[in-house]
Design a protein around this ligand. Structure first.
Ligand code: UT7
Length: 326
């Protein structure tokens, strides 16, 4: 491991399916209301994949946009790490399907499965490959079509999720290039499988032979979320010797506005530094952080030199945080 190497984000990209579903559109499907969904979650609308839109097709488009923002070609990439819980096929990995779609036949590509924490896990994994010298430029993608896992009769889950994809290009910088301190500074990952029945899918190739549907004890997940999120962030602060005041942008996983606000408050991060997209994306699982990152980069909020804090928590439970000098 070369500690002098830093993995620097040199481009971001994202894409959302064309179809927008507003809270009001659920009112004829399940017993719910726009008011309940807004108050309890902060969600107003989400995008839902249509015919021809899949995890791989969304991931490919997000990757192309990230490459274009970085001024790079697919041939410049030698590693693809794709976080998803909704792959196009049980195998091969969606990452190799994206690799083929981009016309890349060198390097290597694989999927990471950590549900809503998938992007933080994928970014940390790619960072370690770059630091090890096994790869030089990585595409890290979070892509999901959770709408296809939902039980559309279950009002406690179907209103919460959306589809989309986001990607970043990570580049290994070494020696003098790292003097400006850019790149991933620290990551911390956690999991505790004792909580697996609180958020899971009730099917799979080795059990039912079907894809299954998402099941969640929402209140139970909520109960653990803020504590787990703040613990792993505080561990990251300590490892990097930084405090909440030094954070320029907090880009949390977008599951519920109340969880985001409570976490920021507990950590002492000012509300104006928090990037929010849950209102218009819903919970897009592994895609939520790269979608939010790209939104805040595209509108000029996140700028070179900013200290950016990422955080996620989800099924498993899995959770993690990442500090990046942009
Ligand atoms: O990304 C992975 C991590 N996932 C999360 O972070 C999700 C964490 N959990 C949550 O965000 C929240 O727990 C929910 C948004 C899922 C639910 O909010 P809550 O404030 O915890 O509500 P609740 O589950 O305690 O339900 C309150 C009531 C229940 O009725 P009763 O039992 O009090 O009569 C539910 O049946 O709200 C009812 N309810 C609904 N009502 C209208 C549940 N879903 C709906 C709905 N519309 N869609």
């Amino acid at each position: 491991m070369n500690e002098k190497v830093r993995s620097v984000v040199v481009g971001t990209g994202s894409v959302l399916p064309k179809r927008v579903m507003r809270n009001q559109d659920f009112e004829g499907i399940v017993e719910t209301s726009d008011e309940w969904i807004r108050q309890r979650t902060g969600i107003a609308s989400r995008h839902i994949a249509g015919d021809g839109e899949t995890t791989v097709s969304l991931a490919e488009e997000a990757a192309r946009r990230a490459l274009s923002a970085a001024g790079l070609e697919p041939a410049d990439i030698d590693l693809i790490v794709l976080a998803t819980a909704t792959p196009d096929n049980t195998f091969p990995a969606s990452a190799v399907q994206v690799q083929a779609a981009l016309g890349i036949s060198h390097g290597f590509a694989f999927d990471v499965q950590a549900v809503c924490s998938g992007f933080v896990y994928a970014l940390t994994t790619a960072d370690l490959y770059l630091k090890s010298g096994m790869a030089r430029r990585a595409l890290v993608i979070g892509a999901e079509t959770f709408s296809r896992l939902l039980d559309w009769q279950d009002r406690t889950t179907c209103v919460l999720f959306g589809d989309g994809a986001g990607a970043v290009v990570l580049e290994a910088h070494s020696g003098g290039e790292t003097e400006d301190g850019r790149g991933i500074i620290v990551s911390r990952l956690r999991s505790d499988g004792a909580h697996c029945e609180k958020l899971y899918v009730d099917g799979g190739p080795s059990t039912t032979g079907t894809v299954g549907h998402l099941r969640m004890q929402g209140r139970e997940v909520f109960k653990h979320a803020v504590g787990m999120i703040t613990d792993v962030i505080e561990a990251s602060f300590e490892a990097a010797n930084v405090g909440p005041d030094e954070i320029d942008w907090f880009v949390p996983h977008q599951a519920n506005r109340r969880i985001i606000d409570a976490s920021a408050k507990k950590l002492g991060i000012a509300p104006e530094k928090v990037v929010i997209t849950v209102d218009r994306h819903g919970n897009t699982s592994a895609a939520s952080i790269p979608l939010a990152l790209d939104a805040a980069v595209s509108d000029g909020r996140i700028k070179r030199g900013d200290l950016v804090l990422l955080e996620a928590m989800g099924g498993g439970f899995t959770w993690g945080a990442c500090l990046i000098r942009w």
